[in-house]
Design a protein around this ligand. Structure first.
Ligand code: CTP
Ligand code: CA
Length: 229
């Protein structure tokens, strides 16, 4: 084991990271998904592991390789992600929710491939809301546990992100303005704003996602150290 406070300040700490996008089936061959690549979450998992944490990465489908020394749990749907997060969070010191979670899923999954042979040129897909995982976690969160969320916004970044910080009872929220070039989904770079309760927002420059992940790692160290008291 490694000694605390050195280059492995998270030694002995368990952190759960989620990454990638969830998918919701429409029929046996189709799904509703999103453009998340998983890169930001995988980079955070790698940074936390480097800092000495025991990292569990719960990942939606991505094209990425698991970071070294990180255990990966693969999930597809929001419900699977929620079940794994709720289970692993029980014994974790921290949770970083970088996953792009599908907010809605089809009300019914068709048993058979939906055919286009119909008289109608339109089709309506009825959707229902999925569970808000961070809100579920907020109801079981202990005083010494740290939770971190991301927010993807295209407008009114600070106002929208602050609402999420509060409603999900987060210690840290990393807000992305995904309407800006080079920011958020898919690319290798990101520019984010760090929001913490009762603190002024801190905006980073446009940086590699791996560099942002290192900043998030430092924040997690700071937050967990503060909670240890
Ligand atoms: N999140 C979650 N469960 C969901 C949706 C989102 O836990 N069903 C998490 C995301 O992983 C992220 C944070 O909540 O860490 C914010 O996600 P975002 O999509 O920006 O916000 P929403 O609360 O879903 O609100 P909206 O999409 O309407 O902006
Ligand atoms: Ca959402």
């Amino acid at each position: 084991q490694v000694i605390d406070g050195g280059d492995q300040p998270l030694a002995g700490k368990k952190v759960v990271v989620t990454a990638g996008g969830t998918r919701e089936a429409i029929d046996p061959v189709r799904f509703i998904g999103n453009r998340s690549s998983g890169k930001m979450g995988y980079a955070v998992a790698a940074s936390l592991q480097q800092l000495g944490a025991e990292v569990t990465l719960i990942s939606g489908p991505t094209r990425l390789e698991a970071p070294n020394h990180v255990s990966v749990i693969s999930v597809t749907t929001t419900e699977e992600l929620r079940d794994q997060v709720v289970q692993t969070f029980k014994s974790a010191d921290g949770l970083v929710m970088a996953a792009a979670v599908a907010d809605f899923k089809p009300a019914k999954v068709a048993d058979h491939k939906i055919k286009k042979t119909t008289d109608n040129d339109h089709m309506v897909l009825e959707l229902v809301k999925t569970a808000d995982i961070l809100k579920a976690v907020a109801t079981v969160k202990q005083a010494n546990q740290v939770t971190v969320g991301f927010a993807a916004e295209t407008n009114d970044l600070l106002e929208n992100a602050n609402k999420k910080l509060q409603s999900k009872q987060l210690d840290l929220l990393i807000a992305n303005d995904v309407s800006q070039p080079g920011v958020g989904f898919n690319g290798d770079t990101n520019q984010v704003t760090f929001l913490q309760p009762n603190q002024p927002p801190v905006k980073t420059p446009l940086m590699a996602k791996t560099a942002i992940a290192d900043l998030i790692g430092e924040k997690v160290v700071e937050l967990l150290t503060k909670k240890e008291g």
